[in-house]
Write a protein that binds this ligand. Sequence first.
Ligand SMILES: C[S@@+](CC[C@H](N)C(=O)[O-])C[C@H]1O[C@@H](n2cnc3c(N)ncnc32)[C@H](O)[C@@H]1O
Length: 368
Amino acid sequence: MSDPNELLTVPRELFVPPVVWVDDPATDGFVSVSRTEDEPRWRALVETDGPVVTQVDDGRTPPGEVGLHPSSSCSQPYLVAAMLDALDVRPGDHVLEIGTGTGWNAALLSELVGEHGHVVSVEVDADLAEQARRRLTRAGHTPLVVTADGTEGHPPHAPYDRVICTASIREIPRTWIEQTRSGGVIVTPWGTDYGDDALTRWEVHEDGSASGHCGTSLAFMRLRNQRRNFLVPTEQQINEAETSTTRRGGRELYEMVTFCQASFTIGLRVPNCYLTVDDLDQDHRAVELHDPRSTSWARASLVRGEHPWTVHQLGPRRLWDEVEAAHHWWSEVGKPPPRQYRLTVSPDGTHTVRLHTPHGEHRWAVTP
Ligand SMILES: C[S@@+](CC[C@H](N)C(=O)[O-])C[C@H]1O[C@@H](n2cnc3c(N)ncnc32)[C@H](O)[C@@H]1O
């Protein structure tokens, strides 16, 4: 990657709002930190190379209360630089950003395109879009900030040379490909339902298709309309669930939940399955699998010193068995890392992932 300091030319503190949110183990949620009340803590968050959560629960939880889900953030500087590096913006480019958030990335893009380029940034949340507009104007940047659903792109200013999405997605909307010029580039966090996402870079072709590959692993919040979902069974349902044990050990479990190990492959082979990992206490970790569509759920309880571990499975799918089988397949074909896979979207919108192994080519159609 290029030197991040060459790309991160706009101070982040101009864009982070005066109230931010931090993970709070005591409440198992997010609590607010106010710049007016605790400037050193606010500043420490802004100056650290980490994401800063700027909104929770789509803005429904006010400061002072406990939030449950981060819904907007100022992304981690290292990843912002990695994404800009992959996007390879040139002076004079026309760029579309989806997910304005604080406006910091839109300001960085405006610097990169220069006075002859143009940036359009789309934000679904009207309040966030308005705040970003104000900060951008104050900082002397003039991108067009549009309040809309970014999955529609922004047709009036198409075609774009570059499209960047700063939320993660499960499928590339056709509109983004249609609004990118042939030879143009789309950069977005992309992933299956299972596990983390990959930073992906796609090139758009003359025939309306796009092809891409995976880079580094990252955890971004999803676009609002492509969010993952999970299932919370009742105690009674769990007590009635099918119970078995798994012979898998700690190393295999680590591979199953880690993106640069098996989790990318598992996500392709076990569709519509969402993974959560919870450290319940120092000696007890719960790995859960959720498929709300078929109301299937599984939990492996990893208790220190109690191997083989207990597995509970509920619903028509045996999600744990599917994940174990996918992990086995990944081991058999030589443990391919995500960067070995090739991604394509055909002109009709079908997403296909390909993997070449010494045993031949494997393909998956990624279904929405
Ligand atoms: C990680 S934040 C973006 C960070 C931002 N680029 C910055 O520099 O601060 C993701 C943003 O995507 C927005 N978002 C989610 N779904 C969206 C959608 N369908 N269309 C447009 N924006 C969306 C969220 O409201 C959130 O502000």
